[in-house]
Write a protein that binds this ligand. Structure first.
Ligand SMILES: [Fe+2]
Ligand SMILES: [Fe+2]
Length: 241
């Protein structure tokens, strides 16, 4: 979401996830290490050249910042740092594609372009970008593609890698809104679920405070999180009688 709400809501003016493509785990890749800049320098050179061509100056710096932050978060939270770095590097592949083109491409891939989507077409860059990255770099594992796809709205069953990309996108160093600082301070002091809840809550609050449309999948993501953290029948410390 770039650009509609630069700071608090990274690129996800509306983080949107369409279930369907790339839902499978990387069955063919199990046990294979993820590409990294040392062992796969040719791949990373191709990626860097493409990002320079596709992104504006800020988008490129934001991508580099997100990749570094994602690697740090992965090391802290025990997820593969190479997977996190690669997914973050590619997460905004379609960030600079115009909204009419995003809508056209999303329609072509069979997405339902609802009024909620039309209210925030920027959310589509996660889907169209994931599709194009998968076509352009077939060697990239499916879970990395999924993390790209899930960096706007997300899905109810976010993997750790998905959560790391979501949070890194929001707190990487080029994000200068001071409201992000306490989220940064939470890194390493709370578990990844708690960190992701805080980040996702910020995105939702932003929509509410700005009176923007909320995609229905957003409430599905939120309810899944809350049902897991505060299941019915267990006392919720946030509720007072
Ligand atoms: Fe984005
Ligand atoms: Fe981003």
């Amino acid at each position: 979401m770039p650009d509609t709400v630069p700071d608090i809501m990274p690129d996800n003016d509306h983080r949107h996830e369409q279930h369907g493509a790339h839902e499978n785990d990387r069955a063919d890749d199990v046990g294979r290490p993820y590409p990294n800049p040392q062992t796969d320098s040719a791949l990373f050179a191709r990626i860097d050249a493409a990002l320079i061509e596709r992104l504006d100056d800020y988008g490129y710096r934001h991508t580099q910042g997100t990749a570094a932050m994602a690697r740090t978060l992965a090391e802290i939270y025990g997820t593969d740092p190479d997977a996190a770095y690669l997914a973050a590097l590619l997460h905004d592949w379609d960030r600079c594609v115009s909204w009419p083109v995003l809508i056209e491409r999303a329609r072509a891939r069979g997405m339902d372009i609802t009024d909620e989507v039309l209210a925030s077409p920027a959310i589509l860059h996660a889907h169209t970008g994931a599709d194009d990255v998968a076509r352009t770099f077939p060697e990239i594992p499916d879970d990395v593609i999924d993390a790209i796809r899930r960096h706007t709205v997300g899905v109810a069953d976010m993997r750790d890698l998905d959560k790391i990309i979501y949070v890194a996108d929001m707190i990487e160093p080029t994000r200068t809104n001071p409201a992000i600082d306490n989220l940064r301070e939470m890194v390493g002091t709370v578990d990844l679920d708690a960190l992701f809840v805080q980040a996702y809550q910020r995105s939702m609050m932003h929509l509410v405070l700005k009176q923007k449309v909320m995609h229905p999948e957003t409430t599905a993501v939120w309810n899944a999180l809350m049902l897991r953290l505060n299941p019915p029948g267990r006392e919720n410390p946030n509720l007072k009688a």
